[in-house]
Design a protein around this ligand. Structure first.
Ligand code: ARG
Length: 550
């Protein structure tokens, strides 16, 4: 059966005590992590449970989120005409597809959990993997959460109060976005199960919302209710390609907005090691899910264009509301607004869950101060665990102990400090950013690493031609991806200089942190490990490679 997209997640970054498996001395405390063990041996083996269908729901479930209900405005504004917008959507989809196919090759050749972090570490060295993690913690994860929260706020305010309120007060939207963030963070701090359980419900809402768009589009096309059939509307004069933008930077900005809606195509790469048959299923998952999503998005956009004039699509981030109200009046608007905000809330919940684990893993790894790699409520929580599990006495009242330490509920047995850090950075982005600015910001940062990783695939082909690659893409695939993302990145400087400089600044700080602090410590650890009896240089390499992957 297709289980929830989040079933896998608790095992992604195991919360048990020896998650990283290494003691301070650098010696493996967990035999499964011994560098001399076979690749993927031991602990990862027992988690090999994901199937093709799980993979499909993982990819599709993450990709379809806020974007298809919010990006059309920015795509249309910048591309200029409906026809140009559809081209942007198609190009964004194909770009995501080529990227995902390249990642599938990497996933087959390096069948470990962790995605880009692992590939970059293997190809360029650990500094590159660190830089990715650094930017994921500071920009990518909180940035994407902020975008989703903002869209959540806008749709909810529109549903509850009406369109005027949204336009009247940006702060009301931001307030609701922050409230959503607080609720989701609290939920995920209290219990892992609370967080993951609610995910399924919201996943369902999002499919209903997209289905709603299709159905309305079909109704309109069949009944002729469409704006396009109404001769009184002045926008009718706009042909499919009238007003197409001639500014290449605008096209780049439109592409970033489209790419946001397709983002998440690398999701299976984070859990490659947990697939029963990664080399067969990864490419299959990619080559089914991406064409499917591309088709859905193109159809949804055609629906939008059939029902609404361009200037309405461009006027807000809540195209689905305008869409519902055009066909079914206020009730239609309300229903769609509720479904989309539900879908965004679910996405926010899912991304909070994984971000917490990512920050936690970075804390464990020594990429961040150790506190972020801790579980639960710090000292008091440790006392509670001691009380319930050992003979040592504790001052904590028995009743509280039972409640906190209930093994089934697992209340507060979550990476709380990691989640709070993530929420704090997200809140800053919500406060200072808007959908349009954040989407470019996120895109520039994200595509820097996608580009680097796919370039790494080409480098790896040259450097290690004999590496076993169960799935090999057509070599033009990564080349196309690299060329288009290079174009995107180079235009960003002209199109959105502030966001681009910010991203560069974050990376520069990350590099300083690596060379001044984390990397130097890592060098010392390596040296210590090297000095241990009977370790070959190859073991040293293995050990440090495997560290990133568990
Ligand atoms: N495509 C998703 C959306 O439209 C966003 C995915 C965010 N990316 C991520 N890796 N979580 O909302």
């Amino acid at each position: 059966s297709v289980s929830s997209a989040f079933d896998f997640a608790p095992s992604l970054f195991p919360l048990s005590s020896t998650a990283q498996g290494y003691t301070a001395l650098g010696a493996p405390s967990n035999p499964a992590l011994d560098p001399t063990n076979a690749l993927n041996g031991g602990s990862l083996e027992k988690n090999k449970s994901l199937t093709y269908l799980n993979g499909l729901s993982l990819v599709i479930g993450l990709i379809i989120g806020s974007g298809i209900f919010s990006s059309p405005s920015q795509v249309n504004k910048n591309a200029g005409s409906p026809g140009a917008s559809l081209i942007v959507w198609a190009v964004a989809g194909v770009l995501a597809w080529t990227g995902a196919a390249s990642y599938a090759e990497l996933g087959g050749a390096i069948p470990l959990n962790g995605g880009a972090q692992v590939y970059l570490s293997k190809i360029f060295g650990e500094w590159a993997g660190f830089l990715f993690t650094w930017c994921a913690v500071t920009v990518l994860k909180p940035g994407s959460a902020a975008i989703i929260a903002i869209i959540f706020g806008e749709y909810l305010v529109r549903a509850a109060i009406g369109a005027e309120a949204v336009d009247a007060s940006a702060w009301l939207n931001k307030g609701i976005a922050l409230a959503g963030l607080v609720v989701v963070t609290a939920l995920n701090c209290v219990s892992t199960k609370l967080g993951t359980r609610s995910a399924d419900v919201f996943m369902f809402l999002k499919f209903l919302a997209l289905l709603g768009v299709f159905v309305i589009g079909i109704v309109v096309a069949v009944t002729g209710l469409s704006y396009r059939g109404d001769a009184n509307q002045d926008w009718k004069q706009q042909g499919w390609f009238d007003d197409t933008s001639h500014n290449i930077s605008n096209w780049a900005v439109a592409l970033y907005a489209g790419l946001w809606a397709f983002d998440g195509w690398d999701n299976v790469n984070y859990v490659t090691a947990e697939f029963k048959n990664p080399s067969r299923d990864l490419p299959r998952v990619i080559h089914t899910s991406l064409p499917l999503v591309i088709l859905c998005y193109i159809l949804a956009n055609i629906s939008y264009f059939l029902v609404l004039p361009s200037h309405v699509i461009e006027s807000s981030n809540t195209v689905a509301v305008a869409f519902g109200s055009q066909v079914f009046g206020p009730v239609g608007a309300l229903v769609l607004a509720l479904f989309v905000s539900g879908s965004c809330f679910g996405a926010l919940n899912a991304t909070t869950f994984t971000s917490g684990r990512l920050v936690y893993a970075a804390g464990k790894e020594g990429y961040l101060p150790g506190i972020f790699g801790s579980i639960g409520l710090g000292k008091s929580h440790r006392a509670i665990r001691l009380h319930s599990s050992t003979t040592s006495p504790s001052k904590v009242p028995k009743k509280m102990v039972d409640w906190f330490a209930d093994p089934d509920a697992g209340f507060f047995f979550t990476p709380i400090s990691a989640m709070l850090l993530n929420a704090a950075i997200t809140a800053v982005y919500i406060l200072i950013g808007s959908f349009d600015t954040l989407v470019t910001f996120y895109g520039v940062a994200g595509y820097t690493f996608y580009f680097q990783t796919v370039l790494g695939l080409i480098i790896l082909r040259v450097r290690e031609p004999d590496l076993e690659r169960p799935y090999k893409t057509w070599i033009t695939t990564p080349i196309i991806f690299c060329c288009v993302s290079l174009f995107l990145l180079s235009r960003a400087v002209f199109a959105e200089p502030v966001q681009t400089l910010l991203v560069i600044a974050f990376m520069a700080v990350g590099l300083v942190v690596w060379f001044a602090w984390v990397g130097r410590r890592r060098g010392k650890e390596r040296q210590r490990f090297r000095n241990m009896e009977g370790r070959s240089e190859k073991d040293v390499g293995w050990m440090f490679w495997k560290r990133w992957t568990t």
